[in-house]
Structures are given as C-alpha cells and as structure tokens.
Write a protein that binds this ligand. Structure first.
Ligand code: FCB
Length: 462
C-alpha cells in the first residue's frame, strides 16, 4: 500500500472554541449559553452547563505543551465576545481578558503552534440577544464590527489566520429552525434575516481587517454539507439543490464569489421571506471576499423529495421542498449515531476546486464523537480509541487523494484536542485526542493522540 502523505508545510492541528473550553475562572459577561443554562438546565445533558469545562483559562499552557509533544503545529480556537468586551456598545475591552488571550496566543507561538483565531462560535452575548434580538438586528452588526476591530488591534500583530464566524448556519439553524440554541424561536424570516446580517458583519470585518493593513489572512468556517440525493430522479435532485441553497450556498457563494445564488433569492421572494438590506451592503459583500475557507465536515446530508405535500397554511421552511433521507444500510458511527462517509471529504475538495476557483481551504473540523468512551479505558486508565484512528485515517486517505489531484488544501484540524463541552449535549460524546477527567480536569493522552504524534513525525498516515 502507498503511504498516505501530505505536503511539508501542511498545518496539523485541532479545533476548539472559547465557550466550550475556557471555563469560569475569570468573570465575564453572560453569553446566551450562560443564560440558557440558568433558565433551563434540564435542556442540557445530565444538567451539565457551560461552566464545566477543561479550564483552559488556567490550563492553557499545559495544553499547548501537550500539542507540541504530539507534533501538532496549529490550533483553532475562538475569542469570546462576551469575555473580551466589557461594554458592548462602546467596545470597551476587558483588560484582564485581553491579557488572558495575549498569554494564550504567545504561548502557542513560543511553542510552534500557529494560532487560528475565530471570533464567533455560537456565543452571542446575552445582553445583545435580549435587547436587540442578536443578529436579527442591524445594530448588533455594528457592535460585532467594534469587537472584531478590537481583537485585530490587540492580537493582529501575531495572529495570521482570522475567522469571522464558525458555522453560521449551524448557529442560525439551531436558533431559528431546529430548537437547539437560544432563543429557539422557529421562524424562517428570522433565519434568513440573521444569516444575512451575519454575512454583512462578516464582509464588514473583512473590510476592516484589510484597511488595518495587518499581515495575515481572513476567512470564514462553514459546514459545507455535501447534499446527496436519494436517486437521480429529478425530484430528488431538486430536493438536494434546495437543501444545498439554504444550508451551504447561503454562505459559500457570497463569501467566495461575492454574491448569492439567484435561485436562493427567488425562493425567498416567492415565499415572501426576503431579508431587509441596504443597497450599499451588496457592494461591501462583493468587494470583501475571503482569503481562505475553513470547512467542517462530519457527515453528509442525504435528502429526498418529500413523500407528501406540506400543509400550504403552515409557515414556509426549506423543508417544504425536501426531507432528510435515512438511507438503509448507511455506515453509522455506532457510538454517536452520525453517518460515517469519508469520501465526502474528497467530494468537498473537488467541489471547492471546480466550482470555487480552487480557493485556498483547510479542514477546520472533522472528528468522531463517542458516547460512553470510558468503556474503552484499559487497566492503566488510558483510552484505546482505535475507532478514532481508523476514522481519521480514512478521511485523510480521501483528502490526500484530493490534494494529489490539485486541491488547494493547506491543513487538517481534528475536533478536538481535549474532550470538551458540546452545547446541550454537554459531555455526552467525547471527541478529543486527549481525555478529560471531569472531577479534577486532569488530561490523559489517548491512543489516537500517540498515533497522530508518530504519523506527523513520519509523514505517514497510512
Ligand atoms: C460542530 C461545532 C462544534 C462541536 C462539533 C461536534 O458542529 O462547530 O462546536 O460541537 O460540532
């Protein structure tokens, strides 16, 4: 068998986020997660909330040293808006928070870990949600720009990769469509409007970053779910196209090409669901396309045409046009319930190459969650996660093939480094290369961590 190898300067990293890892050792403003947990703790798995983390606020240096030990050379995490900014209206910075992020970033750089800093990982400040309705409000776009400008100014001399938003659609789907994220409002108009404002905020901060003449790059992270229709029957293909428009292209097209797909806008108009915008925004969106794209990939999106017509009196959702397709005999992650389909990573890479001008991109998340991972602990207390090693290898095999065929991919980031808190699922599923003891926040490298260490050293992921 040929070795699975990658280019010399490839970025090997893991990904995490501020709200899922930092913890509460220093007081900060509430985000929607802090508020929601106080209000409805029963929504959270085992009632474990966002204060129960791996305590990165205090243990970041230990983590960075383990990253170095594992030969990783990059790390994506996020700066929490609700931590860095003390006063959201004025943009006043919390100095202690700024010092924390300074220490964290400096520690990464001193240890040869490239910091990739994301500015939004589902963590809307609660005050802005409550006063203005979060990104439904244009005023919140302006406040977000203030926050981003403060972050660029504070850390832009050292951070070379900036990310405006992580998975904006996963956030808005959760908040306005699927009842998973506060304010769990269930309104397509809100979904469409918030997505539009997020796009606008993204474009404005790309513009601000470029005006500031920093010497790095800025992009966005999307969960580009490859839609796979049930069959080649035109109705199924059309179902895939609509899902693609509402979930993937809604950010991919304007962020890379500078404009929306006209079909998306036509559907919104047809259903009287068009977002409010100012004509000059379109210029900002057109001019401020990204330097690179981060793509999170876990599983494909299998769809089919609907079996029956929706009730014409029910409010419009894109699911008027498609339904999820639970293909029989899909290969499932038996410990988590998500499909495993590694070839999609190749399909994504080829799509970026062929349809998006081969723009520079990287895998910003990919990984395998496992429920009850404790059962794989050996007698020395060490988790033997062979399933995760196989999962990574298979995905990397397809990625290497795509790179061989000219895909412009510059890195791979596994979700995640140390097991972290996963929103309403809390610690139900573990994802890390390093396990976390929730009682004392002790870290133990898993078998997958040791595997990746050797694989990176030998440039051999076979
Ligand atoms: C992704 C999120 C991330 C994490 C993983 C499992 O969609 O970006 O925060 O929860 O799923």
């Amino acid at each position: 068998m040929n070795k699975i190898q990658f280019p010399k300067d490839f970025l090997w990293g893991t990904a995490s986020s501020g709200p899922q890892s930092e913890g509460y050792k220093h007081k900060k403003n509430d985000s929607i997660w802090d508020y929601w947990y106080k209000k409805e703790p029963e929504r959270f798995y085992n009632q474990v909330g966002p204060e129960t983390t791996s305590n990165v606020y205090e243990q970041y240096a230990e983590d960075v040293s383990i990253m170095k030990e594992l030969n990783l050379n990059s790390f994506r995490t996020s700066i929490q808006w609700s931590r860095l900014i003390k006063d959201f209206e004025t943009g006043e910075v919390d100095q202690e928070a700024a010092q924390f992020y300074n220490r964290y970033i400096d520690e990464m750089i001193a240890n040869g870990i490239e910091p990739m800093m994301n500015l939004f990982h589902f963590d809307m400040p609660y005050e802005l949600e409550q006063k203005y309705g979060g990104f439904k409000s244009r005023h919140v776009v302006d406040l977000y720009v203030k926050f981003a400008e403060a972050a660029f100014e504070l850390f832009g001399d050292r951070v070379k990769y900036w990310i405006s938003f992580n998975e904006p659609v996963a956030y808005t789907k959760g908040a306005y469509w699927h009842n998973l994220i506060y304010p769990n409002e269930m309104s397509m108009q809100s979904y469409v409007q918030a997505n539009y404002h997020i796009l606008l905020a993204h474009s404005l901060i790309v513009s601000a970053y470029r005006k500031g003449n920093y010497s790095g790059e800025i992009g966005i992270v999307v969960d580009l779910l490859p839609p796979i229709p049930r069959s080649e029957n035109p109705a199924d293909v059309e179902a895939g196209r609509i899902a693609d428009l509402f979930i993937n292209l809604i950010f991919m097209d304007p962020c890379v090409r500078g404009e929306y797909d006209q079909d998306y806008l036509n559907i919104l108009k047809k259903h009287d669901c068009m977002f409010h915008y100012h004509i000059e925004d379109l210029e900002a969106i057109k001019e401020n396309t990204v330097d690179f794209i981060g793509i999170n990939y876990y599983q494909p999106m299998r769809v089919k045409a609907r079996d029956s017509m929706p009730n014409p009196f029910s409010p419009f959702t894109p699911e008027w046009y498609y339904e999820p397709y639970e293909m029989p005999n899909r290969r499932m992650n038996e410990y988590r319930g998500w499909e495993i389909y590694p070839k999609a990573l190749y399909d994504i890479a080829m799509r970026v190459k062929n349809e998006y001008g081969n723009i520079k991109w990287y895998v910003s998340e990919n990984g395998m969650g496992v429920q009850g991972e404790e059962r794989f602990k050996n007698k020395d207390g060490f988790i033997e996660d062979d399933y995760r090693i196989d999962f990574i290898k298979e995905h990397l095999g397809w990625l290497a093939k795509a790179i061989d065929e000219g895909s412009n991919c510059f890195g791979y980031h596994l979700w995640t480094f140390v097991d972290n808190w996963s929103w309403t699922n809390a610690y139900k599923n573990r994802y890390g290369l390093v396990s976390l003891n929730l009682n004392n926040t002790e870290r133990t490298i898993k078998k997958s961590g040791n595997w990746i260490k050797e694989a990176i050293k030998n440039n051999d992921f076979s």
